[in-house]
Write a protein that binds this ligand. Sequence first.
Ligand code: SF4
Ligand code: MSK
Length: 642
Amino acid sequence: MIKNINVRSWVLKILENVTTIEQMEADTAKLKANACAVCAETWEDRNKNQTPHCRFGEDGICCKNCSMGPCRITPKASRGICGADAHAIAGRNYLRTIAAGTSAHSDHAREILHVLLGSSPEGNYRVRDEQKLIRLAQEWEIPTEGRDVYDIAHEVAETGLHEFGKIAGTQRFIKRAIPARQKVWHDQGIEPRAIDREIATSLHMTHMGNTADAEALVRQGLRTSLSNGWGGSMLGTEITDILFGTPTVWNTEGNLGVLEKDMVNIVVHGHDPAFSEMVVTAAEVKELVDYSRSKGSKGINVVGLCCTANEIAMRHGVRMAGNFLQQENAILTGAVEMMCVDVQCIFPSLSSLSECFHTKFVTSSPIARIPGSLYVEFKPETAFEQAKDLVRMAVDNYQKREPSRVFIPEHKQTATVGYPCEQIIKHLDGVTNSHVDEFGSYRPAIDAIKAGVLRGAVAIVGCNNPRVRPDYSHFEIMKELLKNDILIVATGCAAQVATKAGLLQKDAKYLCGAGLRRVCDLVNIPPILHMGACVDISRMMLLANGIARDWGVDTTQIPVVGCAPEWMSEKAVSIANYVVSTGLDVYLGIEPQVKGSSQMMELITQGTRKITGGGFIINKDPHELVTNIISGIEAKRTALGI
Ligand code: SF4
Ligand code: MSK
């Protein structure tokens, strides 16, 4: 009884400490006033101007794949000029989306591989996780005995780069999957070949005059997505760990309150840590810190946004300013001296918005050129010098800040981040000492699931999206899952919602059911495990694979599912497809743009189940979606007889 009273008072305390969506919205509204004061527009204004959205685009039934078109499917015109019907057009558009998402993650990985190829003990980029390098080299049968670390690193990089254009064979990482999964991929003809080949094949299949069969397009989508999840993204994650260290647990903070009134604020935004790591390191150089003090500031404050925030938070504890739809808000505080971006999820509007303030907006990659930005092409050989120049420029900009325009919302929350598979294993190992081999074991977690202490796990991933109330779906779904003893692993902007709300604190266990709370206590973890950036969803695939392996069943049987309540990017469509290909169901809060084809809707929700065992469940209402998730998990449990 006394215990229950304690828990209740803790729940009240935690609920008081959680930052609510209403509070986040109030901050945004105040920042919007800052925008109005300088006549700047934001995504809210542009969203209004774009509403209502084009129905043909929404339904995926507009084709502009040749110049006889664009062709749109209407009740009067059931086929395009070439004869393609709604199913062909929606299927082709869908496959192109997957190919684009795959290219983004994979090209990011290619860049990182080139950084590893150029790494040296005296250069800007060094090997930080030798053990992981050696393990990967051994996995790829690259000799390691008696060799210099950098010789091994360069051979690993070259071997990784071959995964993009190999003439024959399939992706090396698919051998990591449990045999049952490998068999599914083989039997269904969706084993991913070279990454570039899958992308090119997808574009070729969707060229005018090629595939018009929806199922064939969906199958190629699964295959292409696998070249991402078990190819490009997995390469990106592994090589990033080798270069910058495998993430460990850090305590940090999140939300716009991490910007400092009396410091030089630099925001790093995007995805490629090769850039942000250098900026973080440069900002710690004593000479630059002293220089910032000579300009009247109290020092240099580097914070992250979007997935870059996740990358540097879990490797350095750097604080996180927020997620995707918060990128303009950061500039609207009037307190950002510089925003440095690399690739993906960057609003081109940041450049004109920065002009309304003193903010320097710096682009750094030929992949993301934005008019009006200061373009400093980042090169591995000169990266550190370039980063120092940028930091100095930001410091010089500090005195141009207009104090009357500064409004930094107070809200920020503490967060415990950095749970890649290695950390999850280490924590589980600490409880039962069940470390069975070099990859460890998930048996303690499986035992908890079998006993019903934990009902299952959900990987919550993805962006936020003005089509729904930003952050709200994430927040509602997370709270409900925790209450129902369902562990959450999170990446990307979804993880940032948890950060902003305060759900990544260990004390968030008081919002959980008794079972999950007990697990959190025993294992000493928060109930939502931060696993990294969107490229790190490959870590989640290895987690699901490891659980299935240690359980002795196929991935499609375990009570583990994916959920993207507010996704928006092409990368997200590719991700959702590789999660389904891995055998897991994916619960979506935003409809994929294929509604205009009954065949495509059937294929993505039911058809893929016959191919991989997984499929989409789509529900725009977050409360209904979470009910769907819980019933899905319970159904898997029943099928397993637990
Ligand atoms: Fe129209 Fe066919 Fe050309 Fe598409 S490929 S634009 S449906 S004619
Ligand atoms: S940054 S892809 S908005 S998660 Fe990876 Fe966030 Fe989605 Fe971009």
